[in-house]
Design a binder for this molecule. Structure first.
Ligand code: GLN
Length: 447
């Protein structure tokens, strides 16, 4: 049963081949057996899951239907969940039980999805390897000596290991697409504003976007359908009707204009990955797509711009975790300054502290013009590159990551080498565009 996709589960439930309760119990048993090795969950909510499964079965018995009614999922542990720990994989929030559900959590619960728990992640979604979690590194199910990618690495590892069919993630600079790529999944970062950020603990608000991780495009469409939609509680939410994301799944690719940026195939890209992408391009050509080489001339500036903007926003967003309003509080503070200092020094891990320092520096008087303002100008140039490209093509295709999953610990001494892994994904966030990663093959047994 654990091999079923969301679409197959929906059919199985509709045909009464199994109940949601049965399926949920099977998956919970599989998690108990396998997750001690993978560490993909921070919190399991078994009792709640069985309760939700029974409720979904009852709704089906009453004649209700729906692709997500009774479908098991899990949430990245930065979506607030009423009464359930929402830790952001940080000591800072180790004891935080959210007093409300995030919009995404509430919408999926209404659609009848069964949440099995909260998945592991990089601390405050900062990272590309899922090694910065307070609860320990997540392992890649394809080879447990390797990272699963990040920051939605727990969701990716759990889905890749068939512990559940799909899970939510968030993507600020690639955190849905990159772990999807490193674990052979399909992961979708929606257009900025398509999915409500209300109740999603912020990393960099102008870039963060929630989305689905699953094994197929079809399943991503199903899960996104349950997540998307205007939310008056999120001022950046798009007030547009939500299309039927499954409607075009079988549309022919004949005549689709696919742009392949020349800049994507430069040094730094593992030639074996380049070959896999070229093979995919040939397949798409066979299916009728028209391939065109394009240029994104400002792409080389994306990483430096992102690593100013994202930390700048993070330094502001994370100021609320001060041991008073939110978060861990140190023992026996001498005075208020000591309380702030020690609570934040104890509560945040090294990568989060590094980002806060970089961000506060880039925003400070005297440096703002040189860093933050310049980065924002680059952001506009990158967006303009895309606007120009989309005059010529319908979609843009390239590798998701320059390398396959690296060994756990391999990049610990050099954070910038991990930042460089985001080179293909962050432009979409800077421009607010949607982006999808789909499987393309294996290199040395790794996706
Ligand atoms: N790896 C990127 C970072 O550390 C992206 C993370 C994300 O998308 N949340 O900022």
């Amino acid at each position: 049963m654990h091999q079923l996709t969301l679409a197959e589960i929906a059919r199985g439930l509709a045909d009464k081949k199994f109940s949601s309760e049965e399926l949920t119990k099977t998956l919970l048993a599989r998690i108990a057996q396998l997750d001690p090795q993978l560490n993909s969950f921070i919190t399991l909510t078994e009792d709640l899951a069985i309760e939700q499964a029974k409720a979904a079965d009852a709704r089906r018995a009453n004649g209700e239907s729906g692709a997500l009614l009774g479908a098991p999922i899990a949430h990245k542990d930065l979506f607030c969940t009423l009464g359930v720990r929402t830790s952001c994989a940080s000591k800072m929030l180790d004891n935080f039980k959210a007093p409300y559900d995030a919009t995404v959590v509430a919408k999926l619960a209404e659609a009848g999805a069964v949440s099995l728990g909260k998945t592991n992640m990089d601390e405050f979604a900062m990272g590309s390897a899922n090694e910065s979690s307070y609860y320990g590194a997540v392992k890649n199910p394809w080879n447990i000596e390797h990272v699963p990618g990040g920051s939605s690495g727990g969701s990716a590892a759990a889905v890749a290991a068939r512990l559940l069919p799909a899970a939510t993630g968030t993507d600020t600079g690639g955190s849905i697409r990159q772990p999807a790529a490193l674990t052979n999944l399909t992961g979708l970062k929606p257009t900025y504003g398509r999915v409500s950020r209300w109740g999603m603990i912020a990393y960099a608000s102008s870039l963060d976007q929630g989305g689905p991780l699953a094994r197929t495009a079809e399943d991503c469409a199903i899960l996104l359908q349950g997540m998307a939609g205007f939310d008056p509680k999120d001022s950046t939410s798009i007030d547009e009707p939500v299309p039927d994301f499954s409607a075009d799944l079988n549309t022919s690719l004949k005549g689709l204009r696919i742009g392949v940026p020349a800049e994507f195939f430069s040094e730094g890209l593992d030639p074996r990955i380049a070959e896999l992408v070229h093979n995919s391009i040939k397949e798409l050509e066979k299916l009728g797509a028209v391939i065109k080489t394009i240029s994104l001339p400002n792409m080389q500036h994306a990483i430096p711009a992102y690593y100013v903007i994202a930390p700048a926003e993070a330094s502001s967003n994370l100021s609320r975790f001060d041991g008073v309003r939110f978060g861990h509080r140190c023992e026996d503070p001498k005075d208020l300054t000591d309380l702030y200092k020690r609570s934040r020094a104890e509560g945040f891990g090294p990568e989060v502290q590094r980002r806060i320092l970089v961000g506060a520096y880039a925003l400070s008087a005297g440096y703002y013009d040189a860093y933050y303002l310049q980065a924002q100008k680059i952001r506009r140039l990158i967006k303009n590159d895309f606007v120009a490209a989309f005059n010529e093509v319908d979609v843009i295709l390239g590798p998701t990551t320059p390398n396959p999953a690296w060994k756990i610990g391999a990049k610990n001494s050099d954070p910038v080498s991990a930042y460089l892994e985001d080179v293909y994904t962050i432009t979409a966030n800077l421009a607010g565009l949607p982006g999808l990663s789909m499987p393309a093959g294996f290199v040395d047994g790794l996706p």
